[in-house]
Ligand binder design. Sequence first.
Ligand SMILES: Nc1nc2c(ncn2[C@@H]2O[C@H](COP(=O)(O)OP(=O)(O)OP(=O)(O)O)[C@@H](O)[C@H]2O)c(=O)[nH]1
Ligand SMILES: [Mg+2]
Length: 402
Amino acid sequence: MEDTLAELQQLALSAGAKVIGQVICRLERINPKSFINKGKMEEIAQTISVSNINLVIFDDELSPSQNKSLEQALCVRVIDRRALILDIFAKRARSSEGKIQVELAQLMYILPRLTRMWTHLERQKGGIGLKGPGETQLELDRRMIREKMRRLKTDLKRIENTRRLQRDQRRKNAVPQIVLVGYTNSGKSTLFNRLTSSEVVAADQLFATLDPTTRRVKFEDRVEMVLTDSVGFIRKLPHELIEAFKSTLEEAMTADLLLHVIDCSDPLWESHKRATEEVLAELGCLEKNILEVYNKIDRLSEGQLTLAQSTRRVFVSAREGRNLSVLVQKILSILSEGRRVIRLMLPQGRGDLLALVHREGKILEQEFEADFVSMTAELPIQRVEQWKKQGFVVVDDFQSGF
Ligand SMILES: Nc1nc2c(ncn2[C@@H]2O[C@H](COP(=O)(O)OP(=O)(O)OP(=O)(O)O)[C@@H](O)[C@H]2O)c(=O)[nH]1
Ligand SMILES: [Mg+2]
């Protein structure tokens, strides 16, 4: 509990708040009306008046009505972790896509709380938890908010389609896609910059990156890949955000390889890793190729990390550029695992086979002749034998793709 509170403090600092104090409540059971019980309420009210506090943040999710009773009892603004994270996202969003996604998430959050927000407007303007759609937005009634959400979704669809087209184009060019994922602040952007010689903002704050950045890289001067840096994950990531950021996160869903960046110098790295894996599971990505990149080893002393070596693990320091060549080697070997470049012929009129190759392999070259299609493609080995029985003619069998 202290750990998640420490993280909440980090989040609050990232949002620009000054943290005055922390209170831990041991609850036998959650009070359905006011979340905490009367004794605690009085204790917190006392702290508020002594220290001149104007915002209380709960680490757990509050229902709209609990939120309201807490505000009434404490006479200050009360928000929960989700609202805080939404607020940080609102402050960080730069691209039009990011802004739309955040606004959508905020509206989803606001909708069931609309009445509470109304009464609030009279008393308070601005401050944490109110940035984003802004006061004018809140003057709209529910119906108009729904209307607005619908429009935002349409806009998102359009941007999403463009993104998908670009992605399909890259697929056609048979360039492997690698996406960096991981807990916020684990060092994704630092690693991205190292690998691509870019200058994406990397900072010691939570959610420094919101918009995915994509760059082409050439590993070892020969193998081209497309690398994407993405938004970080966190415990209790609000559902609205996952929902709204689906199109961005889709980048991860269609990747050939995920680099799961883990800050192994953080004492809580194991629980952060699990939290990330939970989000990945929610996105349906756990079955994917994942390489675990244990970052920030420069902060560890010899023998501190007792993980065994494995083909799916690599230990690096993105900041100091340590072990990056090992990382690149692993990336190359994972991506060529189980795949081969094969020259083959398909009888004309076998659209079904052509579709299979498109779906499961990567076509590097193809030529349409009078009664057959000849092509060079990178294919999963275990499938080739099956396909041969169906009419595939293998002309030439090269070794691995790289
Ligand atoms: N000591 C050390 N610090 C690192 C290393 N890699 C990254 N950092 C620091 O960790 C902090 C976070 O790095 P980022 O690259 O912004 O992390 P991120 O995963 O992109 O974070 P978000 O975009 O906020 O999710 C920065 O202060 C980096 O300088 C490393 O290998 N060693
Ligand atoms: Mg980042």
